[in-house]
Design a protein around this ligand. Structure first.
Ligand SMILES: Cc1cc2nc3c(=O)[nH]c(=O)nc-3n(C[C@H](O)[C@H](O)[C@H](O)COP(=O)(O)O)c2cc1C
Length: 249
């Protein structure tokens, strides 16, 4: 399959393979480290509620019923549910020495993925772009205007994204993982994003919401909206989320 082998994707996988010989000759990557958390010291910080009244749901039922959802109720999502969803996807749940562990696993416990949200219809939260501060369980406010249309347009004009109550946007801060793992670190960053998104979608199911993972977007447009450079940090993945439309009785 020469045409497959000629792709950049295949070449990347090949270039980042572990084999016994390369492991023996492995050297520390010449990539400088960065901070484990991203801070927005000049932004308004909105604390998130830390207790939620969530009905206990059976994991079998959550797995059975999760389906990508692209049509949402017009009712807003509560701030309590948003806080639960942020916790479920990236909340801090434990500590061992300097490591703060989270709900989703991360290669080397380096947590290279940052979470942002584009809030469109959340009760008690102004519409706009926010960064999730996992360390302090809070939101950093980035913009004052509703970016629903801009986000949807940047996602190849997938209109349902603008109808969602909130869109989650996940970026990678590449040095966090690549300063330890070199080329192979990029694989781990992408795998981390997958774990995070699945946690979100299962948690959504537990609170009567649903969402759709989105990998189709113009990277530069989302990076620009988030005011990140696309090199040190770049968009990886997104998911829309909203309340389910309940069937009429
Ligand atoms: C990496 C990835 C990227 C995706 N990107 C999109 C997307 O851009 N737009 C969309 O409508 N669905 C997208 N999806 C959702 C898939 O279409 C969906 O998961 C698939 O059809 C299986 O259906 P289910 O999620 O309901 O089980 C994506 C899913 C994944 C895992």
């Amino acid at each position: 399959m020469p045409e497959l082998k000629g792709t950049k994707g295949f070449q990347y996988l090949e270039g980042s393979r572990f084999d016994r010989l390369s492991m023996e000759n492995r050297q520390k990557p010449a990539i400088t480290k960065v901070e484990p958390f991203k801070y927005y010291p000049h932004s308004d910080k909105i604390p998130l509620p830390r207790s939620w009244n969530i009905a206990q749901e059976n994991i079998t039922s959550l797995l059975q019923h999760r389906r990508s959802l692209r049509k949402y109720s017009t009712k807003p999502v509560s701030l309590e549910h948003l806080a639960f969803l942020l916790w479920a996807s990236q909340g801090i749940t434990g500590q061992a020495g300097k490591y703060l562990f989270r709900t989703a696993p991360s290669g080397g416990a380096l947590y290279p993925v940052e979470t942002y949200i584009s809030a469109h219809s959340i009760e008690g939260l102004d519409a706009g772009l926010y960064h999730f501060d996992a360390e302090h369980f809070a939101l950093d406010r980035l913009t004052e205007q509703n970016e629903a249309e801009a986000v949807a347009q940047a996602c190849l004009d997938q209109k349902f994204m603008a109808q969602a109550a909130v869109v989650f946007l996940w970026t990678g801060i590449f040095r966090r993982a690549m300063s330890k793992y070199g080329d192979r670190g990029m694989r781990y960053i992408l795998l981390d994003a997958g774990h995070i998104c699945q946690n979100l979608l299962l948690a959504a199911e537990a609170v009567g919401c649903g969402g759709c993972p989105v990998g189709a977007f113009y990277d530069n447009e989302l990076n620009q909206l988030l005011q990140i450079d696309g090199e040190e940090e770049s968009i990886l993945y997104a998911a829309s989320l909203g309340r389910k439309i309940l069937p009429r009785r």
